[in-house]
Design a protein around this ligand. Sequence first.
Ligand SMILES: [Zn+2]
Ligand SMILES: [Zn+2]
Length: 281
Amino acid sequence: MRLGAHLSIKNGFDGALAKAVELGCDGFQMFAGNPRGWARKPLDESEYQKFMAKRAATDIWPVVVHLSYLPNPASEDDELYEKSVLTFVEDFRRANRLGADFFVFHPGKAKGASMEQAMERAAAAVNRVLEEVDGPTVLLFENQAGAGTEIAATLESLADLIGRIKHPERIGICWDTCHAYAAGYDMATEEGCATVFEGFRKYIGLEYLKLFHLNDCLGKLGSGLDRHQHIGAGEIGLAGFAWILNHAMLGRVPGILETPQENEGDDLRNLATLRSLIRKG
Ligand SMILES: [Zn+2]
Ligand SMILES: [Zn+2]
């Protein structure tokens, strides 16, 4: 499996790329702007050119862009919804201009509205984003932990969302192991994993599975608690990750770490742990 981590853009997009190379990542993920702000200053064309030129000199794949934290594309509040879609469009446009392979977003939460209304709004947001932005980047729905009124925490809900999108060839799924575990999918055992991906095949189709977020989980199975943990140090443990990494088909889907970055070397250690689980030959 090609492996990488979510990396900071404090030194620019090409700074994140350089860090990925330094860490020995096969691919990496980054934000397209300040993840805690709405404002997006126009970027100079040279930013994109510089990134693409530098990437061309590496064998980094995939490059993933993650939507910032603030947007809620399922929001029932008209003002927040509109703001969310605008930031979504701008970040997705940036991802396409960077030549990113994938763009990941959280489908959002219903808050005071019904789940059905939230599903409809999230689907409408994605249809608008795809209409307004053309390019090579595949848009990935990320499964959520199911806290409160979050949508897209189940395979059925993800399948329902995909069914509402006008251009299914431009979308896919990013499966976050921590969110799945928190939502009640047993990613900790071989039998559990086998059942989960049989469900994935049945409800969605494995051709839609484009990316993994490989995170261990601090919370218990079904707790709804979205707290990422170092690989092997949480409730999932090593057996589930080993099963995924060595699976003939799933092992060809790339994986990105979003594990805590508290101490120097955390990403390197988590990458090494995952790589140690891959059986040779
Ligand atoms: Zn994730
Ligand atoms: Zn998360």
